[in-house]
Design a binder for this molecule. Structure first.
Ligand SMILES: Cc1cc2nc3c(=O)[nH]c(=O)nc-3n(C[C@H](O)[C@H](O)[C@H](O)COP(=O)(O)OP(=O)(O)OC[C@H]3O[C@@H](n4cnc5c(N)ncnc54)[C@H](O)[C@@H]3O)c2cc1C
Length: 457
C-alpha cells in the first residue's frame, strides 16, 4: 500500500465500529484479480450492512464489491439466477419478482449484496423450513488470494464451499453465484398478527409456528418483544406470521405484482425521531406503543418485501442512537435453551439496559458451514445504544450464558464477544481454519472481525 494514498473512513452499519482503509472499487473480474494480487492484505466489503466490524479492514486494502453487480444469466423456466456478488438482493428481487421468482431467503433488509448474503449465510424469518441463504447456492466462483478462480459447490470441493458459506469473506472473494429462486404467484404477502401477554406465551406461539414452518418454507414468523413491560409481562410481543399470497388471495382489483417503490427513495419510509433521541424514556414509550397499537388481525395484505424486510423502512435507525451508534447483539441457543431468553432479557432490564428493539425468531437445523450462525432453536436480537457498552463489560455475562447453553453470537453483528469464547460457540472452528488456510495459504484475507476474534490463528 502506498502510504501517500488517501484512506477512507468506514464504519459498520451500527456506526459503533470504525476503521480507515484504502478502498478500491473494482468492476470487472480482471480488475479484481489485479487488485487482490497487488494488495498484501485484503478485506472484502459488500454493502457494509454488517452491524459490526466484519467488513472493516484490520490493515491493508478494502475491496468494495458493489460495482461488480451484473446479472450474468437468468433461467426463467427453472428460477436459477447467476449474478455477480456485488448485486443487491433488492436488485435480484427487482428483476425476478415480476416474473414470479423470489430469493427463498431474505433477511430483514434487501439492501445487502449477494456476496454478503453468502459470506454471512444470512437467514430470514422462514429459517425452520427454508434454511439459510447458502442452502440455495448451487455453485459459486471464488477468487483466491493467489489470483486463481475456483468453482465451488456442495459436490465440487465441498469443504471449500461450506467454509465460504458463512466464512465472513476470509476464504477469498466470491465473484458470482448461481442461486435457486423460489416460485411465487404474486408479489404480495398475507399477514396474521398475534399479540401475546408474556414471554412464555410468545415462546408458545412461536413454537407452534415453528412446527408449521418446518413443513412450509414459505411461512415466515417473528416476534417483536416489548422489553419494557414490567413483571410477568416482560417479553410480551406482537408476533407476525406471513406468507406469499396466492393469486386467489387477492381481491379482483389488486394487480398480482404491486409497483415497487424505489429502494433509495424516501417513499414508504417510516419517519423516525432525529439523531440521538434513543434513550431510556423514548425506548420505553416506543416499545410499549408498538405493543398497544398493533391490533391482532388475520389476512392483511401487504407488498411481499415490505412484509419480509420491514427494517428497510427505517433507514436512519442507527442515527437515532446518536454519535456512538448502536450495537445489535444477536445470539442463538438450542431449542432446549429457551430459559436463556428470559435470563437475557431479565439481565438487561436489571442493569437498566432495556433494548430499543428486540426480535425473537425460530431457527431450523443449520448447514455444514462451520462458521454458519443458525442452529436449531431460537435467535434473539437486541438493539442497544453503543454508549451503554463503553466499559465493555455488560454483555460478557450474556456471552457466558449463551456459550454455557450451547449457543453462539452472530459474527455479522458482533462487536463485543470475547475471542476466547469463539471456539466454544463455533466448535467446528478448527475444521474451518484448516480449509481457510488451504484456500488462502499466504494469509492475505483479513478483517477487523477476524483479528479481534482471532479467527485465523
Ligand atoms: C437492517 C438490517 C437487518 C438485518 N437482518 C438480518 C436478518 O434478518 N438475518 C441475517 O442473517 N442478517 C441480517 N442482517 C445482517 C446482514 O444481512 C449481513 O450482515 C450481511 O452479510 C450484510 O451484507 P453486505 O452486502 O452489507 O455485506 P458487508 O456487511 O459489506 O460484509 C459482510 C461480510 O461479507 C463479506 N463479503 C461481502 N461481500 C463478499 C464477497 N463478494 N465475497 C466474499 N465475502 C464477502 C465481508 O467480508 C463481511 O465479512 C441485517 C442487517 C441490517 C442492516
Amino acid at each position: 500500500m502506498n502510504p501517500d494514498e488517501p484512506t477512507t473512513a468506514l464504519s459498520g452499519w451500527g456506526r459503533a465500529s470504525h476503521r480507515r482503509g484504502l478502498v478500491r472499487r473494482p468492476v470487472s473480474d480482471d480488475d479484481l484479480v489485479r487488485a487482490i494480487r497487488s494488495a498484501p492484505q485484503v478485506t472484502v466489503r459488500g454493502a457494509g450492512r454488517s452491524y459490526g466490524d466484519a467488513a472493516l479492514p484490520d490493515q491493508g486494502t478494502v475491496l468494495d464489491l458493489t460495482a461488480h453487480n451484473q446479472l450474468v444469466s437468468f433461467d426463467q423456466a427453472n428460477g436459477v439466477i447467476v449474478i455477480e456478488s456485488g448485486a443487491l438482493l433488492g436488485d435480484v428481487v427487482e428483476q425476478t419478482l415480476p416474473l414470479g421468482w423470489l430469493p427463498p431467503v431474505l433477511p430483514g433488509t434487501e439492501r445487502i449484496t449477494v456476496g454478503g448474503a453468502i459470506a454471512s449465510d444470512v437467514h430470514g424469518k422462514n429459517h425452520p423450513g427454508a434454511g439459510s441463504f447458502g442452502q440455495h447456492v448451487l455453485w459459486l466462483l471464488l477468487l483466491r488470494s493467489d489470483g486463481t478462480v475456483t468453482q465451488l459447490s456442495a459436490g465440487q470441493d465441498p469443504d471449500g464451499f461450506w467454509a465460504t458459506i458463512g466464512g465472513m469473506g476470509l476464504t477469498g472473494i466470491i465473484l458470482e453465484a448461481a442461486v435457486q429462486l423460489q416460485r411465487v404467484e404474486t408479489g404480495w404477502a398475507t399477514r396474521r398478527r398475534h399479540r401475546t401477554r408474556s414471554l412464555d406465551e410468545t415462546i408458545e406461539v412461536l413454537r407452534s409456528l415453528a412446527a408449521r414452518q418446518e413443513l412450509d418454507p414459505e411461512l415466515h414468523a417473528v416476534g417483536w418483544l416489548d422489553t419494557h413491560a414490567p413483571g410477568r409481562r416482560l417479553g410480551r410481543a406482537v408476533v407476525d406470521e406471513c406468507r406469499p399470497a396466492r393469486a386467489a388471495d387477492l381481491p379482483p382489483a389488486v394487480p398480482p405484482f404491486p409497483e415497487r417503490r424505489g429502494r433509495g427513495s424516501a417513499q414508504g419510509m417510516r419517519s423516525l425521531p432525529g439523531p440521538g433521541v434513543v434513550f431510556g424514556a423514548t425506548i420505553a414509550a416506543a416499545s410499549s406503543a408498538r405493543w398497544h397499537l398493533s391490533v391482532p388481525r388475520s389476512g392483511s395484505l401487504l407488498p411481499l418485501t415490505t412484509a419480509l424486510c420491514p427494517l428497510d423502512r427505517a433507514e436512519s435507525w442507527p442515527a437515532a442512537f446518536g454519535r456512538g451508534g448502536l450495537v445489535q447483539y444477536q445470539f442463538a441457543v438450542p431449542a432446549d435453551g429457551e430459559k436463556v431468553l428470559l435470563q437475557a432479557l431479565a439481565y438487561l432490564v436489571g442493569r437498566r439496559m432495556p433494548p430499543a428493539l428486540t426480535t425473537l425468531k425460530n431457527l431450523g437445523f443449520g448447514t455444514a458451514g462451520p462458521l454458519s450462525f443458525p442452529i436449531h432453536g431460537w435467535t434473539l436480537a437486541v438493539d442497544l445504544p453503543a454508549r451503554w457498552l463503553r466499559d465493555d463489560s455488560p454483555l460478557q455475562a450474556l456471552d457466558e450464558m449463551v456459550a454455557d447453553a450451547g449457543g453462539r453470537v452472530y459474527l455479522a453483528k458482533d462487536v463485543v464477544v470475547d475471542a476466547e469464547l469463539i471456539p466454544r460457540m463455533y466448535p467446528r472452528l478448527d475444521t474451518w481454519r484448516r480449509t481457510q488456510a488451504r484456500l488462502d495459504p499466504d494469509r492475505r484475507m483479513t478483517s477487523a472481525l477476524a483479528q479481534r476474534l482471532e479467527l485465523l490463528s
